[in-house]
Structure formats: C-alpha cells, structure tokens
Write a protein that binds this ligand. Structure first.
Ligand code: MF3
Ligand code: CO
Ligand code: CO
Length: 288
C-alpha cells in the first residue's frame, strides 16, 4: 500500500477557523495531524453516542450475569440477544472472521478471547468482556474487567485496579484538546511501570465511529509529542492492556482462528476500554 502523509486540507473557498490555524501550525512543525474526514459532524457524534448508550446497557447486562459456573458462550448469547433486540448489531460478529458477538478474555488471555461453551468461569478468574455495538451504522466500543465471585489474589486485583487507573490517566491527559496520542501513551506507561507492570505494545486503541477501526492508532506507550494530534470532533478509544509480567504477547497456539492473544509468560493481563469524543473542553466518554 502506498504510504501517504496526513495533510490537513483547506477546501476551496473555506474561511480559516481557529481550529484550522492551530492544526496548520502543528502540521508546519512536522507533527502528525488528522485528516478532515476524522472530524465527526454533530450528527455523527449523536449517532456514536446512541450506539454508546446501547453498548453500555449491554455491558451492564453482562455485569449482572457474571458469576462462577457460567460459560463465556452464555455471555456471548446474552450480548447477541440483548443487542439485536434493542436495534443494534454486535460489531465483532463475522468481523474479519471473528466467530462471535463479543470478546471474552480470561486471566492470561490479553484480548480477542473467543466465547466457548466449555470455557467456564471460576471463582477468582479475572475476565475482560469487550463489546462493540453498531446502531444506525455508528460504532461504539468498550470493555470492562470482572473479578469472578468478587475476590481474587491480591496481585491480580492490583492488576485490575492499575489497568483502570491507566485508562483514567489517559483520559486526564485528554482533559484538553490539541494533545498528542504519545502524551497519553507516555503517561499510561509511566503509571504501569511505577507499579512494576508492563504495557502491551502489539495492540492499541483506535479511531472509531463510522467504522470499527479507524485512524489514529492509540498506543498506550511512547513519547510525548508523537503520534496523532487529537482535535475537537475526533472519536477514538483508549484501551490499555496491562500485564502483570512482561509485555510480550503471542497468538494462542490452541486457537485455530488465530484471533486469541495471550501473554507469553502465562501471567495475567487486564484491560478497560471506553469510546471518547474530543471536544473544545477535552474528552467526553460516550460509553457510560
Ligand atoms: N473490540 C476490540 C477493540 O477494542 C476489537 C475486537 S475485534 C473482534 O478494538 F473481531 F475480535 F471483535
Ligand atoms: Co473493544
Ligand atoms: Co477498541
């Protein structure tokens, strides 16, 4: 594929706004700026917000059913039924060959775990359920961690908590527009490392809204001032995957689809995700 640098285009006859001026200034300094198509209209943001409301309802329903003894396929069935009965489509279903309606990632599964009838939740497991909902063509994407039975080993609980704090720290960096993806990645990685945990590098957050995965890549590590500039109207996820051991991950050998990502060292991994819209006053969560 041809590589092309993003250019902030000024349509013919278009009067420069304050936002144009600011973006052009960053572009002149060699920074990665968004393309105009990444800026959603108020109508599009309303659509993504609506998808976010249903996605949150689905995750609330999942939360109610999590307990020892259920299978991850039970979770998947609920996600499919609830989503479709309320006018939505589960985006994962048949997405690039993904066979189910949500991802269920237990313990050392980092992400993209596939729901199965023989995958039974046990007391003390930690599980991420990741749901993406399409409503009227708009996408919203979020995931939560659950501690099965409410209690797990202290170090695993700490992992779940630190992963949550990492998401909140990413959000705080985005408390104003015109920050860079690298700014939030840098802050997230610092927090993980301070807690002697690591950040998965092979998977990242992403633009979302009109499609499942759009520009930009939202890496959860990196240097300040690198990565894409985040400007009002952009919609994207933050979804740090934090490992208790080292950051290396691989495709699960036992998974014929090639989707399931596990930690190399068998230590657990935790992740929380929200969909956000950047505004003049910083990010707003669209999935709670
Ligand atoms: N929801 C995941 C994300 O946060 C993507 C899952 S792709 C799927 O980006 F096909 F596995 F569902
Ligand atoms: Co997701
Ligand atoms: Co996502």
């Amino acid at each position: 594929m041809a590589r092309k640098r993003n250019v902030w285009e000024i349509p013919v006859g278009h009067e420069l706004t304050e936002m144009d001026r600011r973006i052009l200034e960053f572009q002149e300094r060699g920074k990665l700026v968004p393309t105009r198509d990444l800026i959603k209209t108020p109508e599009q943001i309303a659509g993504i917000r609506k998808a976010g409301v249903l996605n949150t309802d689905v995750l609330d329903k999942v939360q109610e059913m999590i307990r020892p003894g259920i299978s991850t396929l039970d979770i998947d069935k609920l996600v499919y039924e609830y989503t479709t009965q309320h006018g939505g489509i589960p985006a994962p279903l048949n997405y690039e060959g993904f066979p189910n309606s949500c991802c269920t990632s237990i313990n050392d599964v980092v992400c993209h775990g596939i729901p199965r009838a023989d995958d039974i939740l046990e007391e003390g497991d930690i599980i991420n359920v990741d749901c993406t909902t399409i409503v009227d063509g708009y996408f919203a994407d979020a995931s939560r961690m659950f501690v099965v039975g409410g209690k797990t080993q202290p170090r695993w609980q700490k992992l779940v908590d630190v992963a949550w704090e990492c998401l909140k720290i990413g959000e705080e960096v985005c408390a104003k527009p015109y920050v860079f993806v690298g700014d939030l990645g840098n802050a997230i990685a610092k927090h993980a490392h301070k807690n002697h945990m690591s950040v998965v590098r092979d998977l990242c957050g992403h633009g979302v809204g009109l499609e499942f995965h759009e520009q930009p890549d939202v890496e959860h590590f990196g240097h300040k001032g690198t990565g894409m500039l985040l400007v009002p109207g952009m919609t994207f996820t933050i979804e740090p995957m934090i490992n208790l051991g080292h950051w290396q991950v691989c495709v699960d050998d036992d998974d014929p689809t090639g989707w399931v990502i596990v930690t190399e060292d068998y230590e657990p991994s935790a992740q929380w995700e929200h969909t956000y819209v950047m505004t003049e006053n910083g990010v707003e969560v669209l999935t709670h």
